[in-house]
Write a protein that binds this ligand. Sequence first.
Ligand SMILES: [Fe+2]
Length: 214
Amino acid sequence: MKTITAALLLCAASQSYAAKPAPYEAKDYSSLTAYGIFSSTMLENHFKLYRGYVTNTNALLERLDALEREGKAGSQEYGELKRRFGWEFNGMRLHELYFGNLGPSPLPSGSKLRAALAAQHGSFETWQESFLALPKVRGIGWAALVYDRPSGRLFNVWINEHDSGVPAGAEVVLVMDLFEHAFITDYQLDKAAYARAFWAAIDWGEAEKRFLGK
Ligand SMILES: [Fe+2]
């Protein structure tokens, strides 16, 4: 009987293991150094920080999984790690979206994103002015253009740290890192200069694809 029970447990464990998703893998954005947008030192440091978020997201998921298997899902540790998950995960994903929308390319001709921004703000330039006011927010976080697809509305939002301020379900179309590590090496405290450099380096083709859901 013990042998059968052990075999069943082993079988259940192996099934569970087989269904376990692969850990997240850090993506390679080293090609951005070739554009000369920011110094290699600042970018390399930024990539290192990003890889830390990937590592910590995986570690957090592993620990939460272990606690669940140990029947400790109601523990204080489990609760605190659950609170932490959105912060680490968004730290990873927002960096991917940020690096992914760098690499200068113009808005495609006939851009639907441009037309939507112009329609909702009066003109593209009015929207631009509003977006570029976000770096003036004091504190650390992200400036983002997000799309509420069900309503068709676009919003400029401030994301506090990584995990507060994104309307539920909204999709990130464009995002600018406003943690100090994103600019201080090259621009010291001049966030406005950093924002101008970011603006000149936007990959609008990528933003257009995100808006179109491609
Ligand atoms: Fe960052």
